[in-house]
Design a protein around this ligand. Structure first.
Ligand code: GDP
Ligand code: MG
Length: 665
């Protein structure tokens, strides 16, 4: 219960009319941080319906022969979440007559953006030839930034349903996801989706599938996830083509944690695949990562809401919680076993390689502890984020976080705000550069010849740098061939090096091209889409580091360097970037009592300069006569203002200047 600042009435958010209330509240108080926070807290706690004790399901009859674990993979918008809805409906997990739309996309950011960012599991029961099968489905995200979710999900599966939009055909992420499954030797069930569309071109897509993946057209199913055509056949194919999970109930427990989230009441909750043995409430289990033991408080499956089960057996996928409150003890990729019968740990997962780094600071330093708690809880749910502490003299304490891409960064910050009510400032993102140091022997500070530079202002002194190295990517671009010349010239303008080009059907091309990551990070995909009228798709993979002609751009105010502003960019664009930032600094630094010069300096050469003219010194100069109160008021105002400024040499700069310039636009 709280008072609405709009109409001063007492308001209560009720569970029954939550949507209505939410809308009304937002109308009264658009953007009110406090209210939004309360609402979000309310919804995040009510969104997971906790299963009650007493109505446990018995999974004992599902031995591995009656279990199939599979993922749905595809390019963005090819219909994965819609197909998951139909599978849930047809197996009775959710009611049929309701307009179900992407029910597995439960996060607020997923609903708002219409994309999946988090893999979601659901266990389904399906009758086939007189037997009941337990099908564990994992809906995955399609965007390249969330590939890590896909690769982890695949560790819990023996097969995948590869969806291809019958209108758009094979796209860049279709290829990337197919190869992820292929590398793991998973059974692939190719499926043409959206065959209900008027302009669907199934023949063309079959040809593409044959050319790219050597798929036999007879193996391809034709479905419409929206209308529901062909879903029964797909279920049959899943049961007949995908092998049952390996696993033996009688062996000691071995279970893999492939995902996790934080729950206010239960602590860390892990999504697990039981490889061998079985696990139940009350068991003493041990983490092979932290070597700590816990007592299992509950086990269950997602149906798609939580349903408790008394025992999880070999081959089954479910969740498990053991009152683990210390989040750092809980790792995705960990193996759990019974305390008394230790086993060899499973290989776990390759750590994600963050591509983009940005500083994150609380907008108010007093909120540092709550932001810290929010970041730790959220990284439990999103293990691909790399976290390190950062301290900036100008902005205060915060973190430097590594993300898999720009969308990932946006989604993470949005989730921080929506699910934890945090209010953050995020700096302009940069990539992870490296430098090679000259004559290692003489320099004691650096133990290694190659130094990682996560933050440009921590760059070693230029005089000891032998060379700069920048991260590269290998991009896959799929386009209709009439756009070839425009796309190639776009690639060249971004320092791209086109490699091979192959046709996947009569007029669609796959281009492979090596780029410096920095050049494609922010707006390359947008531009690619605009020059190809939206027909291009784009995906990339890490391609190591390469020596490059990079420049350190420093900013001097009245000849003194301002560390926080230092940046690294390619030599060819250093002058332009220097000019841009100088102009932005000129806008935000207030006029002073003396002249202020702002300079951009690249390796000792001044490449840009802006001047700020002084203001008159005496605030009372025009205040003739004897109005003492007015004079005092003016003097106090001036004193207050001066207190807030940070001194750089003789120049006083307001604290938020750095934030305004560094902030992501
Ligand atoms: P995802 O990104 O792969 O999860 O794709 P979604 O399931 O979110 O679907 C993207 C869009 O495609 C939605 O607007 C769906 O309504 C639409 N869609 C999905 N399947 C079909 C289909 O079989 N036919 C038609 N016409 N539209 C579909
Ligand atoms: Mg989706």
């Amino acid at each position: 219960m709280f008072i609405c600042p709009g109409c001063r009435k007492f308001l209560r958010i009720t569970r029954h009319a939550k949507v209505l209330w939410k809308e009304a509240l937002f109308q009264h108080t658009p953007g009110d941080v406090n209210i939004n926070r309360q609402i979000n807290r309310f919804f995040s706690s009510s969104s997971t319906t906790l299963a009650k004790a007493g109505d446990e399901i018995n999974l004992a009859k599902f031995s591995p022969e009656n279990i199939r674990n599979f993922s749905i993979i595809a390019h963005v918008d090819h219909g994965k979440s819609t197909l998951a809805d139909r599978l849930l409906e047809i197996t009775g997990a959710i009611p049929k007559n309701v307009r179900n739309q992407q029910v597995l996309d439960t996060l607020q950011v997923e609903k708002e953006r219409g994309i999946t960012v988090k893999a979601q599991t659901a266990s389904l029961f399906h009758e086939y030839k007189g037997q009941t099968y337990l099908l564990n489905l994992i809906d995955t995200p399609g965007h390249v930034d969330f590939n890590y979710e896909v690769s982890r999900s695949l560790a819990a599966c023996q097969g995948v349903v590869l969806l291809v939009d019958a209108n758009q055909g094979v796209q860049a992420q279709t290829m990337a996801n197919f190869f992820l499954a292929f590398e793991r030797n998973l059974t692939v069930i190719p499926c043409l989706n959206k065959i209900d569309l008027y302009n669907a071109k199934p023949e063309m897509v079959l040809e593409q599938l044959h050319n790219v993946f050597e798929t036999d057209p007879n193996d391809v199913l034709k479905i419409s996830a929206k209308v529901g055509t062909g879903i029964e056949d797909l279920l049959t194919a899943i049961i007949e083509r995908i092998p049952p999970p390996p696993g033996d109930r009688d062996k000691p427990l071995k279970c893999l944690v492939f995902d996790s989230q934080y729950d206010q009441y239960r602590g860390a909750v892990g999504n697990v695949l039981v490889m061998d043995g079985s696990v139940k409430k009350g068991d003493k289990i041990m983490s092979l990562f932290s070597r700590k033991s816990y007592e299992v408080q509950g086990t269950g499956i997602l149906h798609p809401n939580e349903k408790l089960v008394n025992v999880l057996y070999a081959g089954q996928v479910g969740f498990i919680h053991a009152n683990i409150k210390k989040i750092s003890d809980f790792q995705v990729g960990d193996t759990f076993c019974h305390q008394k019968s230790p086993v060899e740990p499973l290989p776990g997962f390759k750590p994600a390689v963050p591509m983009v780094f940005a500083g994150i600071f609380p907008s108010d330093q007093s909120q540092l502890p709550s932001l810290k708690a929010a970041i730790t809880k959220l990284t439990l749910n999103d293990s691909s984020v790399a976290v390190s502490l950062e301290n900036s003299a100008a902005i205060g304490q915060g973190w430097r976080l590594g993300f898999l891409g720009m969308l990932h960064m946006d989604v993470f910050c949005q989730r921080l705000e929506q699910e934890f009510g945090a209010s953050v400032i995020i700096t302009a993102p940069n990539v992870h550069y490296r430098v090679r140091i000259k004559g290692k022997k003489n320099i004691k500070i650096y133990g290694d010849e190659i130094v990682d530079v996560l933050n440009p202002c921590k760059l070693p002194d230029l005089s000891i740098i032998e060379e700069f190295q920048e991260p590269m990517i290998l991009a896959t671009i799929i386009i209709p061939d009439q756009y070839l010349t425009t796309v190639l010239s776009l690639c060249l303008s971004r320092r791209g090096e086109p490699q091979e080009q192959t046709y996947i059907d009569q007029n669609r091309l796959v281009i492979r091209c090596i780029f410096p990551l920095n050049e494609v990070l922010v707006d390359f995909y947008d531009e690619l889409k605009s020059v190809t009228s939206g027909y291009a798709s784009f995906d990339y993979d890490d391609h190591g580091y390469r020596t490059s002609d990079l420049a350190k751009v420093e900013f001097h105010i009245n000849k003194l360097p301002v560390e926080e502003m230092t940046m690294i960019c390619h030599m060819s664009s250093s002058k332009r970037r220097g000019k841009e930032i100088c102009a932005r600094l000129k806008e935000v630094i207030p006029r002073q009592l003396t002249y202020v010069t702002i300079q951009a300096v690249v390796h000792g050469n001044i490449v840009a300069r802006e001047d700020i003219k002084p203001i008159k010194k005496d605030v009372l100069a025009k205040c003739y006569g004897g109005d003492v109160t007015r004079k005092n008021k003016l003097l106090n105002k001036q004193a207050d203002y001066l207190k807030k400024l940070k001194q750089v040499g003789t120049v006083k700069i307001p604290k938020d200047t750095f934030i305004k310039v560094l902030k992501k636009k």
